[in-house]
Design a protein around this ligand. Structure first.
Ligand SMILES: NC(=O)c1ccc[n+]([C@@H]2O[C@H](COP(=O)([O-])OP(=O)(O)OC[C@H]3O[C@@H](n4cnc5c(N)ncnc54)[C@H](OP(=O)(O)O)[C@@H]3O)[C@@H](O)[C@H]2O)c1
Length: 336
């Protein structure tokens, strides 16, 4: 059994914690929070051992009448691997704490690649994580791009990729973020950081990205254009995407008119929290002209990195290969 801690029980941490509970080879030893809010109370009611992220926060939990088992340092004594799901760049400060505790650590995409010098997407580089103490699961956007571009790169060969990312402004519960009535180039400068982030996983890929933010909370939508080697056809591109794990092809003719339909599908499938773990490609959008493939790609930012975190835990722990780990993870999460 791999004993796991989840440091940070927010958007990503709650999903990873639930996914760990579904793995037969893992034990969730506890989760941490800063605030003694309703989420902390619900975690305890679910039977999760709750720890304060820091000793300074213990009084807040006591005041709220919420039982904690100790602090992060106490939790780290009980585990083999910690998943750091704290807000952007807080993980950097946690790294020495994990090193001192002698536990392996999985960080998230809000941290820089340089924190671990290894960025992880299961189908691209699972094996290379073996023996590493610290890895970084890349962001939601990078995960989706890596899955789909990995499909095209290994199936046909990519000469260059150009991507425009339309990003959701905030997660559904982030009421203090915007915009609420504007489209924001974010960043205004081109290229955005997403291209180099993809290159941290698929080394040497010629990719340029630009990004903007829209008043929406549920998904990102990418427009992908990739120049391919040889004589690409629509059928060959579709075949490569269809064969790729964790890529879901949907069809506008079947009613998938927007990202709202995709979230609606997840609700109807009784996926926890409407989670869409797959990178979603509109089949109808896939086209090829002058050696270039085009498609629309939707990304459920809250959910897509959940399976990657589970595979990353196994990859650093050893003893199980890529295909088996991905198969077990996918079966546990209901990914077809
Ligand atoms: N949200 C997304 O769409 C998304 C997608 C992919 C990757 N990521 C990455 O995943 C990581 C986590 O993001 P998230 O959206 O899950 O964040 P979040 O919803 O804000 O949750 C952060 C969690 O960390 C806890 N925490 C622990 N130590 C903390 C500290 N020192 N200061 C503040 N909070 C602390 C918070 O406690 P409380 O709950 O008590 O406040 C909260 O539970 C980031 O690197 C992010 O870039 C996010």
């Amino acid at each position: 059994m791999i004993r796991v801690a989840v440091n940070g029980y927010g958007t990503i941490g709650r999903r990873v914690a639930d996914a760990v509970l579904k793995q037969k080879d893992m034990e969730l030893e506890g989760v941490t929070k800063v605030r003694g809010d309703y989420r902390a109370r619900l975690a305890v009611e679910k039977g999760l051992p709750l720890y304060a992220a820091d000793g300074r926060h213990v009084p807040e939990f006591a005041k709220a009448g919420i039982e904690t088992k100790g602090t992060l340092n106490d939790l780290l004594k009980r585990v083999d691997v910690v998943v750091d799901a704290t807000p952007d760049e807080i993980g950097r400060g946690n790294k020495p704490i994990y090193e001192r505790a002698g536990v392996k650590a999985i960080f998230q995409g809000g941290e820089e690649h340089s924190l671990t010098n290894f960025s992880f997407v299961a189908q691209c580089n699972f094996e290379k994580a073996a023996g590493k103490n610290m890895v970084r699961v890349v962001s939601c956007n990078t995960t989706a791009l890596c899955r789909t571009l990995h499909a095209l790169n290994s199936g046909l060969g990519i000469l260059k990729a150009r991507v425009v990312l339309v990003r959701r402004a905030a997660d559904p519960d982030e009421t203090s973020k915007g915009p609420i009535d504007a489209i924001v180039p974010d960043p205004v400068t081109v290229p955005s950081h997403h291209g180099p982030d993809v290159q941290s996983v698929i080394e040497g890929l010629n990719i340029t990205t630009m990004a903007l933010k829209v008043p929406e909370t549920h998904m990102h939508l990418h427009s992908v254009i990739a120049s391919l080697k040889g004589q690409p056809t629509r059928d060959r591109v579709l075949d490569a995407l269809a064969k790729e794990p964790r890529v879901l092809l949907v069809d506008a003719n079947a009613g998938f008119k927007s990202t709202a339909s995709i979230i609606d599908m997840a609700r109807e499938m009784n996926r926890p929290r409407n989670d869409v773990y797959e990178a979603v490609v509109w089949k109808d959008s896939v086209s090829v002209a002058d050696g270039e493939a085009y498609f629309f790609l939707a990304v459920h930012q809250e959910a897509i990195v959940t399976p990657e975190n589970i595979d990353a835990i196994r990859a650093v722990s050893g003893g199980i290969g890529k295909e088996q780990s991905m198969r077990v993870t996918d079966a546990s999460l209901g990914i077809a």
